[in-house]
Every structure is written in structure tokens, then in C-alpha cells.
Design a protein around this ligand. Structure first.
Ligand code: ADP
Length: 407
């Protein structure tokens, strides 16, 4: 069984083709700068000898429709045709499922309508995801297609954690509440952590830390998400590459009045110019660490603030869960920035979280455990793989339907 995973953004389409028998990647690629003169496709595929070979094509691709055609051609050329036997289903990443989707779902007209209804909640992402789905439905109308939502895993969060303390009308009428994002990643690493610990997920309490360009923490109780740091939008919570995370909301009103900037300009200030970039001029944690190591005060402050914020969330989620079996670090920073992991856990021994600094710094490939001997809480580093999770969920749904059809 072969599953194609599509992640369609406003000017790009990322894709990965999986062989689900072996959970292996047959082909993958990225089409960038759709609509510009310099569109480019980077496509990698496994050849007969199992080696990945890469091709690059450049030249204007005017829209997603043409983009999908180019991708299907690239896949066909490497032996996996778009709408013929060889491909069994397509899994689409969809950013915002609102309150409507708690699980992956087969795409039909009703589902498309609900994704459209949620456009105001994710005005940049959902329309781009929708274009990808619509074009894929046109290109491969007979294939089962599944939507996997970034918000779905967080739909088990109880009202006390998802409501904001504002008048009810804002929720009832405008759907203002906390939704959370990165759900696919948190769910995936929670499952991998349970496998690593050789214990059923339903018996574990976990704090999963997705520290990439975007960053969020999730409290997972017996396999179910009970709180997460991102909110109605991905702006809330941790300090990120370019997002400020938690901030007094009154700062916005103050800056509106004092600077004369428009709401859209402030949106951009908090989402694109803040976080690590706002504090020390770069959003790339490798550079931040280098600069901090070289004695740059702003970079040191950025690292200090970043880790302090993570630590506060670890404390909060420890309290929310009552007891925790493991912390799970994942994504670019979580998987690779040992000094950040160390600072996030420093001083938490009293809470049962004790790291072994040597194991942490040894640089072994994940999955690894890096807690000190006798630490009541395990500290794991697990590589996330959102595409594989989408492929798994798509595959499971197709299998379920086939089995129901046969039974
Ligand atoms: P995205 O959210 O875009 O998928 P990633 O999960 O790839 O992002 O994470 C990107 C972040 O990971 C960047 O800040 C990058 O600097 C950081 N990163 C990647 N490798 C390392 C490393 N070896 N040391 C420190 N930070 C790293």
C-alpha cells in the first residue's frame, strides 16, 4: 500500500510518498515559490538500488494546479503514478479543524465545507490547504483522500483549559478559545515515547516539547491531550523563532495607541519580528547559540528567556498532570540543541526531573533517554515525523473502511 502525504502551503507544496508495508519513503519533494518566476521543484526518489536520487527543476509554475501536475509527473517518472494503481490514498495536512474534527477524516463535500468554515480561524493556512485538496481531488478523483488536522489531537482538552476568561459571546459567536497546533507531532512522539519505554500509552503521563521554528508544549494524560501551550492561534505560549509567545494582551492596545501601527502591522510584529529574532536578531537557534557562546549579551538573554519559558510550562504541566512519567523533546531544537535541553531542565531535580548532562551532550541519534540514574521522570529525545504520522493515520482509516466493507 502506497500513501502520498501532501502539505500544501500558500506558495509551496511539500510531499512524501510512503510504502506502508515497510514504512519507507519512496519519494519526497518540495515545490517552492509557486506563482513566481523562480518556482523550483526538488524531487528525490529511491532508485532500483534503494539509493535516493535527487532532481531539481526551476521555471515559473503559475499555480497549485500546474504544481500538482508537475509533482504527479515527477512521481510517475520515478515509478509511482498519481492516479493509477500504485498509489492507494492521499493524506492531507490541514492546519485548522476548529471544533469539528477530533480525528482524521475521509474528505467529501461536507468535510470541505467545514474546512472552508474554519478559514477565518486560520486565514493563511486553511485556504492553502484547501487548494491542495481540491487540486488533488481533481487529479485523482477515485483515490481515497484523508484530512489530518493539526488541531485534532488537542480536542480532548477540557473546558477549564481551553476557555479564555472573556465573555461567553466571544466563544459562542466568534469561536474564540484555545485550539492548539502541532497536534500531529505531539501525538506521534507520545506514541513513539510509549514504544520506547515499552509501556502502553494509556498508562503514561507525558509532557511533549515540540521545539522547532514554531514551538509548543503539550500535557498528555494517559494518551489524551489535556493542555497545550498554543492557543486560538500559534502565537500563544513558548518563545519561538519569530513569535513572542505569551505576552500581556494589553501591550497590543498600548502599542496601537503609542506607535500608530495598524492591527495588521502589530500582527506581523508579534508573529514575524519577535521571539528569538526580536530579542537577538536571528531566529536560527544554531546562530543564537554560537553568538551566545561568543559572549553576545542579547543572544545570551534570548537563550535564557527561551529556556525559562519552557521551564515554566514544564512546571505548569507537572501540576496539571499531578505526576509525569517522561518529558519528550522533539523537533529541530528539541532533537539537536543539547545546551537548550540542559537549560530547560536545570534546577528541576526537586520536581523529579534530573538530567544526565553527559548523556544529553553525547549526541547519539534519537530515540534516546538522557535522564540521570534514579530520576523519577524519564527525559527522552524522540525524532518527530509528521508526514509519517499523517501517512499512518490515512492508512489506518483506509484499512478500517476496507475491513468494514469486507465484513
Ligand atoms: P520547523 O518548525 O520549520 O519544521 P525545525 O523543527 O526544523 O523547524 O527546527 C528549526 C530550528 O531548529 C531552528 O531554530 C534551527 O536553528 C534549530 N536547529 C536545527 N539543528 C540544530 C542544532 N544542531 N543545534 C541547535 N539548533 C538546531
Amino acid at each position: 500500500m502506497r500513501i502520498l502525504v501532501l502539505n500544501s502551503g500558500s506558495s509551496s507544496i511539500k510531499y512524501k510518498l510512503f510504502d506502508m508495508t515497510e514504512r519507507s519513503v519512496l519519494a519526497s519533494g518540495l515545490l517552492e515559490r509557486i506563482g513566481e518566476a523562480t518556482s523550483s521543484l526538488t524531487h528525490g526518489a529511491r532508485n532500483g538500488r534503494g539509493e535516493m536520487t535527487e532532481i531539481r527543476k526551476t521555471g515559473r509554475i503559475p499555480d497549485h494546479r500546474t504544481g500538482m501536475r508537475v509533482i504527479v509527473e515527477a512521481l510517475s517518472a520515478s515509478g509511482a503514478k498519481g492516479n493509477e494503481p500504485g498509489l492507494d490514498g492521499i493524506g492531507h495536512r490541514v492546519v485548522h479543524g476548529g471544533e469539528d474534527f477530533t480525528e482524521p477524516t475521509f474528505i467529501d463535500e461536507t468535510v470541505l465545507d467545514v474546512i472552508r468554515k474554519n478559514v477565518p480561524l486560520a486565514p493563511l493556512h486553511n485556504p492553502a490547504n484547501l487548494i491542495g485538496i481540491e487540486v488533488a481531488l481533481e487529479t485523482a478523483p477515485h483515490l481515497p483522500q484523508v484530512a489530518v488536522f493539526d488541531t485534532a489531537f488537542h480536542q480532548s482538552i477540557p473546558p477549564r483549559a481551553f476557555h479564555y476568561a472573556i465573555p461567553e459571546e466571544m466563544y459562542a459567536r466568534y469561536r474564540v478559545r484555545r485550539y492548539g497546533f502541532h497536534g500531529t507531532s505531539h501525538q506521534y512522539v507520545a506514541g513513539r515515547a510509549a514504544a520506547f519505554l515499552k509501556r502502553p500509552l494509556e498508562s503514561l503521563n507525558l509532557i511533549t516539547l515540540h521545539l522547532g521554528n514554531g514551538a509548543s508544549v503539550t500535557a498528555v494524560e494517559k494518551g489524551r491531550c489535556v493542555d497545550t501551550s498554543m492557543g486560538m492561534t500559534p502565537l500563544e505560549g513558548l518563545i519561538m523563532g519569530t513569535r513572542c509567545g505569551d505576552i500581556d494582551p494589553a501591550v497590543h492596545f498600548y502599542l496601537l495607541r503609542e506607535t500608530g501601527r495598524t492591527p495588521d502591522e502589530l500582527d506581523s510584529l508579534f508573529n514575524k519580528e519577535s521571539g528569538l529574532k526580536g530579542i537577538c536578531g536571528t531566529n536560527d537557534m544554531r546562530e543564537v547559540l554560537e553568538k551566545a557562546g561568543a559572549g553576545d549579551d542579547r543572544a545570551r538573554l534570548a537563550v535564557d528567556m527561551y529556556c525559562y519559558r519552557v521551564k515554566k510550562y514544564i512546571g505548569a504541566y507537572l501540576a496539571a498532570l499531578g505526576s509525569v512519567d517522561a518529558l519528550v523533546f522533539t523537533a529541530g531544537i528539541g532533537e539537536r540543541a543539547a545546551p537548550i535541553r540542559e537549560l530547560c531542565c536545570r534546577g528541576l531535580t526537586g520536581l523529579g526531573i534530573a538530567m544526565d548532562p553527559e548523556k544529553n551532550r553525547a549526541g547519539a541519534a534519537p530515540p534516546i533517554e538522557i535522564q540521570a540514574e534514579g530520576s523519577p521522570v524519564s527525559i527522552l529525545v524522540i525524532a518527530t515525523d509528521e508526514e509519517l504520522q499523517i501517512a499512518e493515520q490515512t492508512f489506518a482509516l483506509i484499512r478500517q473502511r476496507e475491513e468494514a466493507g469486507n465484513g
